[in-house]
Write a protein that binds this ligand. Structure first.
Ligand code: F6P
Length: 362
């Protein structure tokens, strides 16, 4: 049976989005289906901005970062910002009925939503309005429940690891402490994986509150052993014991208004003050979210995209593609967004890290 399906990418972008779009579209074309791509996430659905995709639209995009469809992390149809574009929104309106109408008018059998917890939570709400949503999990933060890994995470970790490697050589030359702040929101996955792969001496993650004194002891001890430099990797959501996360700004129109950032400087200043050792801070920022996806993310994106089409064929509306071990499975979207997947304190990498003398500042 010929079908029409829709696809959108919403929330923060992420390397591998184009691999998913390509896989969804090419798998669908294989069954003779038509595919419509909405521009800028849910904004395109609310504002009727879309284009019918042809094979040439999705050809040659596998290796490209970002998303050919564009994205938005402020276009929640249930709390849609109203006002002058480019200015902070004055108010919000429920535009979800426009989504229902658009999907009905286009006769879509499914809307493939590629996104993180914000986007998939919107997807779960739309399901209640009978919008036929199928999910694909995306985020560099790897904090979505229901899947072992999200695509984009491996690319971010690879980028952050490269940054740690670069900091190592300059730290060693100048006998300094180098602090690298990485993204990850409330989860420490990027900090843990890149810190371990880069051989950091201290790794600070939101799940394990730190004490500056503990970090300073580790740095001093290394100095006494003749290691006159130290590398500290800190996740943006890390916080001191009894303290709070550092909030850089609030984006009121966003599904998650809080933007973290700045903890690297708190840690760097604290170390310099406590040890007297010259310390420098680098914030990796959006560099870790851009660029070409790694081979792993291209393949994971392709597997997820293909699975999304399989789910539609099987009538599994309301499900999300997910990775369990080496299998691509499906989980109800509602289950995936119920709670964030944080780093467990007994994660094998944490146990191995402690065994080889890496400090978590606790
Ligand atoms: O969720 C992905 C992410 O890159 C987080 O790691 C980071 O905290 C946030 O998005 C940054 O958001 P924005 O692109 O809006 O600054």
């Amino acid at each position: 049976m010929s079908k029409r399906i829709g696809i959108l990418t919403a929330g923060g972008d992420c390397p591998g989005l184009n691999a998913v779009i390509r896989a969804v579209a090419k798998s669908a074309f294989g069954f003779g289906w038509e595919v419509v791509g909405f521009e800028d996430g849910f904004q395109g659905v609310v504002e009727n901005r879309f284009r019918w995709l042809e094979n040439e639209d999705v050809s040659g995009i596998l290796t490209h970062g970002g998303t050919i469809l564009g994205t938005s992390n402020v276009a929640n149809p249930f709390r849609y910002p109203v006002g002058v574009r480019g200015k902070p929104p004055a108010r919000f309106r429920d535009e979800s009925e426009k989504v229902v109408a658009c999907i009905r008018e286009l006769g879509l059998a499914a809307l493939v939503c590629i996104g993180g917890d914000g986007t998939l939570s919107i997807g779960a709400q739309l399901l209640r309005k009978k919008v036929p949503v199928v999910g694909v999990p995306k985020t560099i933060d790897n904090d979505l429940s229901g899947t072992d890994f999200t695509f984009g995470f491996d690319t971010a970790v690879t980028c952050a690891t490269d940054a740690v490697d670069r900091l190592h050589t300059t730290a060693a030359s100048h006998h300094r402490v180098m602090v690298l702040e990485v993204m990850g929101r409330y989860a420490g996955w990027i900090a843990l994986y890149s810190g371990m792969a880069g051989g950091a001496d201290v790794i600070l993650i939101p799940e394990i509150p730190f004490r500056i004194n503990a970090i300073a002891s580790c740095v001093r001890e290394r100095n006494q052993r003749g290691k006159r430099f130290s590398i500290v990797v800190v996740g943006e959501g890390a916080k001191p014991k009894g303290g709070k996360m550092v909030v850089k700004r609030r984006v009121q129109s966003s599904t998650d208004p809080i933007r973290l950032g700045g903890i690297g400087y708190v840690v760097g200043n604290g170390i310099e003050h406590a040890t007297g050792i010259e310390t420098r801070v680098s914030v990796l920022g959006h560099i870790q979210r851009g660029g070409s996806p790694t081979a792993r993310d291209r393949n994971l994106g392709t597997l997820f995209g293909n699975k999304a089409v399989e789910l539609i064929r099987e009538g599994k509306i309301g499900y999300m593609a997910a990775l369990r071990g080496s299998e691509i499975v499906s989980v109800p979207i509602g289950e995936a967004v119920r709670k964030l997947k944080l780093v467990p304190k007994n994660h094998p990498l944490i146990r191995a890290a402690r065994a080889i003398g890496i400090s978590f500042g606790d």
